[in-house]
Ligand binder design. Structure first.
Ligand SMILES: [Fe+2]
Length: 473
């Protein structure tokens, strides 16, 4: 059953192209795209109670504060609450409407900021023109949540941006925004354009990997801006692209592999985020949904017009194990298609290096060690070996301690697996570097890597564009 927008339920005639627009004007609920897709609606069609200037009972209303009491008694509002298992609280919708989130990539340390910045409660934290002087300062602000106010007619285009060429990080952020918007509209009967949209998004991942493979790997370790449901499949797709390149798969075939990685969990999107943060044992119902998600996902894709074997089989068999103990089909060894073995490896590796609310992320080394222990049983040994050679001991994006006492972020793989190129972000005297991070060649004695920097890996004030040299500063 299709979901009704408010103008279809209320028959007000004020939707874009509606019969009463000449007389009453177009309602912002139907024309403003800031809440597009919320509760499965078109624009704010299923979140009208937070929009200004809607028309109800023959009169144009004011803002949320003036109308919310009436709205919460409205039959349409009650219908949404009843229909939506994942109903979104109005506070969140108002924030989404009136605040734009600022992330690390929007701020250049040492340069005046271009906007007043607020926390999520609207309290002014920084005035336009102030300078953030260190990554530690920026990290603390970002942890609090840093927002700028959006004007009503600005929408997404007003996002603050620094002038630079489009980096792999920008490209991956852009595609993750698009993926997030697409996932809010995914249903059991997803339409034909779903397939083309997914392939376009995969094309952007391939472009990022071709432009700068080191930066794309770095994105896996530094990308904490997005919900797990969004960033995890993108991270897996990056790993898949790089492995498949090494295995000399042709570009079109890799594209289908990436599409499988991006949509592997489409059959359980709603519960995936909950599971990521859940400390308790899974319920029986959750276990059932998990067990069924490969088949449900493949079925949804078939209904959306996907017929490519690599894509379908990649989703269908991504939880099979080499020893036959996986699900849902219980295939083993060579019976598991290569596409599914690559995705399965990427899925396990990226899940391990991602932090969860109840444990820190494992380092790349720890993840590889765990996967190696299971190699041959759960994962394909050859793929695990290839990935170790591909990523090195200290992959780009990981935080390391250097022999001179500095903390640095690895930015490029080196000729030797244990000696990459890094940029120091914390000086040896533990005072934060306030300006440009300095490049360090870890093959030299002075900057040799002494080990991982676990605590610093959680720093949120890292601007990857600055570290990888994509800013002209
Ligand atoms: Fe899965």
């Amino acid at each position: 059953m299709s979901k009704l927008n408010c103008w279809e339920f209320k028959k007000c005639g004020r939707e874009v192209g509606g019969s009463k627009t000449a007389e009453l004007g177009v309602c912002p609920t139907s024309s403003d795209n800031r809440l597009n897709g919320v509760h499965g609606g078109t624009n704010a069609g299923r979140a009208c109670w937070v929009m200004d200037s809607t028309l109800c009972d023959g009169k144009i209303q004011g803002g949320f504060k003036e109308k919310y009491k009436e709205c919460f008694n409205c039959e349409f509002y009650k219908l949404i609450v009843q229909e939506e298992a994942s109903y979104i609280q109005y506070e969140f919708l108002l924030k989404k409407l009136h605040h734009g989130k600022i992330n690390a990539a929007d701020i250049i340390i040492g340069q005046p900021i271009e906007w007043d910045c607020f926390d999520s409660n609207g309290i002014l934290l920084l005035q336009k023109g102030q300078i953030i002087e260190s990554m530690i300062q920026l990290s603390a602000l970002l942890d609090r949540g840093l927002f700028y106010h959006k004007k009503k007619d600005e929408g997404q285009s007003s996002r603050p941006a620094v002038a630079r060429i489009q980096s792999p990080f920008d490209l991956l952020n852009e595609m993750q925004n698009e993926l997030a918007a697409m996932f809010t509209t995914v249903t059991e009967s997803t339409g034909d354009n779903f397939r083309d949209t997914v392939l376009q998004l995969c094309g952007k991942i391939q472009q990022a990997c071709e432009q700068d493979a080191d930066a794309s790997i770095g994105n896996i370790f530094l990308n904490n801006e997005y919900e797990y449901t969004i960033r995890h499949p993108v991270n897996v797709a990056i790993i898949c692209e790089l492995i498949a390149q090494k295995l000399t798969w042709v570009k079109d075939e890799r594209l289908q592999l990436l599409a499988a990685a991006l949509t592997m969990n489409i059959g359980m999107l709603k519960i995936q985020e909950t599971l990521h943060h859940q400390k308790e044992k899974k319920t029986d119902e959750q276990a059932r949904l998990i067990h069924e998600h490969p088949e449900r996902g493949a079925k949804m894709l078939s209904q959306a017009g996907v017929s490519n074997k690599v894509w379908i089989e990649g989703v269908l068999y991504h939880h099979e194990a080499m020893d036959g103990s996986g699900y849902a089909a219980g295939l083993s060894a060579d019976m598991i298609p290569p596409c599914a073995r690559i995705i399965s490896f990427g899925d396990q590796y990226c899940a391990a290096v991602s932090s969860r609310s109840y444990r820190r992320s494992l380092t790349s080394q720890e993840s590889m060690r765990d996967i190696y222990l299971k190699a041959g049983q759960k994962t394909d040994k050859d793929i695990a070996n290839l990935c170790v050679r591909l990523l090195g001991v200290y992959p780009p994006g990981t935080f390391v301690k250097l022999a001179n006492g500095e903390i640095a972020v690895v930015t490029h793989r080196g000729e030797k697996a244990h000696a990459p190129i890094a940029r120091s972000v914390v000086r040896s005297n533990k005072k934060d570097i306030s300006m440009k991070p300095v490049q360090r060649d870890c093959s030299t004695e002075e900057y040799a890597i002494q080990g991982m920097a676990y605590e610093e890996q959680k720093m949120t004030g890292i601007n990857p564009n600055q570290l990888w040299g994509y800013l002209d500063t």
